[in-house]
Design a protein around this ligand. Structure first.
Ligand SMILES: C[S@@+](CC[C@H](N)C(=O)[O-])C[C@H]1O[C@@H](n2cnc3c(N)ncnc32)[C@H](O)[C@@H]1O
Length: 416
């Protein structure tokens, strides 16, 4: 897959101009439309704004109707403004929330199959960390209303219920929720856990506010899948003052790796494949970030944190970032790749944390490897300076582009 090449049609001003140039409301500053209302308030001006926007959408549909597709894009834009106005504390609406159902279908159908849930449930580091933090902090959950964003089989909801939550609302868009309904009944927790099928961005919860949001939203390289966007959406709309999102603190670290064997397997391999030169394939190979287990013996630097996320305060824009880093080299070697991993932390009374790093117990996330096209010679004691840029793919906001700048090179990788 190539790099993003310019804005989508509805992102360009030219697309909007013919439709909107005479419409003062749609030309208004988005901040004016958002006003200063609290998220979730059913105050008049947001719904008025919504009505007015809808009226204008209808007019736009009648007047414009360049094609059904154009009208759909316009509706999306208006819907985006409406949601901004009514729901988002920060005034931001993530690209994931704006995805059409058909654009996001493959994502949710992948979660409909039992096997992905089996893999996650069998990842003891992950699942036991969630269990331990809820069971050991039962006083935090007692009599609370809890929202589980993306409940899957319902495992986190059931941990929360067993920890004494008064009510748990479990939401998932994928078909796995039908299994969760059976699972919850089989464990006699139907009085406590309410399951709702739908995207958190599309449904209305049966309560105005929740005390706690739990979610297992973490993807490869922490941010792949962009599911954190959905958790932040839920936080801004439903979390009561003084409420908490768990896990709360996460970070992404980078470390240098010297693994010539792995490099040859993936790069030099193409020079001679059964006697044929396939070197042109290298260009494709080096742009793919790969999730794999890195042998801890091949690490040649100290890890360095490139991003810290506090789920209670982070805003959407911070999920794309640029960070300068410095890797302290410990061993003289050819640096063949860098690898990223995450640490998840739940800073409660009884703190629980786990790492997906190469030196920790293996998890289903493994590590994310960024292979260097050509190895880079480094010596013990060197400080390898670099810059990392993380951006969502505009054409597919659940996937990411990561650009790694090192002293004499720059490479962009895609995570998809
Ligand atoms: C990583 S799985 C976690 C499942 C479960 N919580 C667990 O810990 O085993 C994420 C789940 O969130 C669901 N999900 C992702 N984004 C969602 C959204 N915006 N609305 C509703 N469900 C969502 C997916 O369908 C998937 O089942």
């Amino acid at each position: 897959m190539g790099l993003p090449d310019g804005p989508l049609p509805w992102e360009s001003e030219d697309f909007l101009r013919p439709a909107l140039q005479d419409d003062p409301l749609l030309q208004a500053d988005p901040e004016e439309l958002c006003g200063s209302e609290e998220p979730g308030s059913s105050g008049g001006s947001s719904s008025r704004t919504h009505d007015a926007l809808l009226r204008r959408t209808q007019a736009a549909e009648e007047g414009l109707a360049r094609s059904l597709e154009d009208v759909h894009k316009l509706k999306l834009l208006v819907q985006g403004l409406f949601l901004d106005a009514e729901t988002s504390k920060s005034g931001e609406l993530g690209a994931v929330a704006k995805l059409r159902e058909d654009e996001d279908e493959a994502y949710f159908s992948s979660y409909g199959h039992y096997s992905i849930h089996e893999e996650m449930l069998k990842d003891k580091v992950r699942t036991e960390s969630y269990r331990d933090f809820m069971y050991r902090n039962a006083e935090v959950f007692r009599d609370k209303v809890v929202l589980d964003v993306g409940c899957g089989t319902g495992i986190l909801s059931m941990f929360a219920a067993r920890s004494g939550a008064k009510k748990v609302i479990a939401v998932d868009q994928s078909e796995i929720i039908y299994q969760a309904m059976d699972i919850v009944r089989s464990n006699n927790l139907e009085d406590k856990i309410t399951l709702i099928k739908g995207r958190i961005e599309d449904i209305k919860l049966p309560v105005e506010k929740v005390d706690i949001i739990i979610s297992e939203w973490m993807g490869y390289f922490l941010l792949y899948e962009s599911m954190l966007d959905s958790v932040l959406y839920a936080r801004d709309l439903y979390l009561a003052d003084g409420g908490s999102v768990y896990p709360d603190l996460c970070n992404i670290s980078l470390v240098a790796v010297g693994d010539i064997q792995k490099h040859q397997d993936r790069i030099a391999f193409w020079d001679d494949v059964y006697g044929f030169n396939m070197a042109c394939m290298k260009k494709a190979v080096v742009h793919d970030a790969v999730a794999e287990v890195v042998n801890a013996d091949t690490l040649i630097s100290e890890p360095t944190v490139i991003q810290t996320i506090d789920c209670n305060t982070v805003c959407l824009s911070e999920l794309e970032f640029t960070t300068d880093f410095c890797l302290k080299i410990l061993n003289t070697a050819d640096c063949t790749q860098s690898c990223a991993h995450s640490v998840f932390n739940v800073s409660l009374l009884c703190q629980v944390m786990f790492s997906t790093g190469p030196q920790a117990t293996k998890t289903h996330w493994r590590q994310t490897v960024f292979l260097l096209e050509k190895p880079l010679f480094v010596q013990a004691g060197d400080e390898l300076q670099g810059k990392i840029v993380v951006r969502k793919n505009k054409k597919d906001p659940r996937s990411l582009f990561v650009t790694l700048g090192l002293p004499d090179r720059k490479q962009t990788y895609s995570l998809q």
